[in-house]
Design a protein around this ligand. Structure first.
Ligand code: C5P
Length: 274
């Protein structure tokens, strides 16, 4: 059996530059990954798909799913006829801007590649990822990167690792498509050059205003995170999960304790940038 982690992704900055004729948006985004996430377990055998873990109830294993889609696209593109028993442990909240579904799809592709001795840099594997969704190539890559195009064109970035991170979600699910639809169409410029943390701090998340309109609780989450004196606090992706980066584990733990005491219903995860 192959056990493959599906790390959560965060967007340290996300600049929306323009709406494209194909309905997608041209982006510039700084991807980073966490040491926590979902997990895929996969082995050859009669086809099955099972979901367990704290957020399993939010997904229907018999419905269309990025994990089973990843397995069928892999079979098609690599012409491998084989069934698999797949289990997904869903630790991340669903539709929350931290790449859960994309990370699960990417982990499925990585597990299948390992099983069939395909190198993880294989261009066909990236083509599978690209078909599955805009964030799946970044999740397949799994390291700090600048994403352009719809987010699928990747350039590696050095620097920011081992940074304490806190993730907070006010238990709101947001549809990525709906948030993008509400973007105001104004290009506010590129992410400045420089070291990754400086770039992140000088950047923005252009999806935050539309996401806050749809889910006002995001404003309360950001206020709480800012109060803990972070290096940076921002919404990730299309929301509603927000993150904060800290200069020490103690600062992260203190911020987490305060937020948990004030808002016991919010989802809160203490992690580290990979
Ligand atoms: O690529 P993916 O299927 O994950 O995207 C979900 C939806 O988010 C798209 O259908 C589109 O409405 C929106 N999107 C976008 N521009 C991007 C990425 C996603 O408009 N760069």
């Amino acid at each position: 059996m192959i056990r493959e982690p599906a790390p959560a992704k965060i967007n340290l900055a996300l600049h929306v530059r323009r709406r494209r004729a194909d309905g997608y948006h041209e982006l510039e985004t700084l991807f980073a990954f966490l040491r926590h996430g979902d997990e895929i377990r996969l082995q050859p055998g009669p086809a099955s798909f099972t979901i367990d873990g704290p957020f399993a109830a939010g997904l229907d294993p018999s419905a269309d799913n990025l994990v089973t889609s990843a397995a069928s696209i892999f079979a098609q593109r690599f012409a491998i006829e084989q069934d698999y028993a797949i289990t997904l442990t869903k630790n991340l909240p669903i539709a929350s801007g931290i790449g859960g579904g994309s990370a699960d799809a990417a982990a499925t592709l990585r597990a299948l590649a390992r099983l069939h001795d395909i190198p993880l840099e294989d261009a066909t594997l990236f083509a599978c990822a690209d078909t599955l969704g805009s964030d799946v190539p970044a999740c397949l890559y799994g390291r700090n990167a600048l994403g352009t195009g719809r987010g699928e064109q990747l350039e590696p970035l050095d620097g920011l690792t081992d940074i304490p991170v806190l993730l907070v979600n006010p238990n709101v699910a947001l549809s990525t498509a709906t948030v993008f639809q509400r973007w105001d169409g104004i290009d506010r410029g590129a992410i400045p050059d420089g070291a990754m943390l400086d770039r992140a701090r000088a950047g923005r998340n252009d999806l935050e205003p539309p996401a806050r309109f749809l889910a006002p609780a995001i404003g309360a989450v950001l206020d709480r995170l800012e109060a803990g004196d972070p290096l940076l606090a921002r919404m990730s992706g299309s929301g509603a999960t927000c993150f904060a980066l800290y200069d020490s584990v103690d600062a992260r733990s203190a911020a987490a304790a305060q937020i948990r005491a004030a808002q016991p219903d919010w989802w809160c995860l203490e992690s580290t940038l990979a």
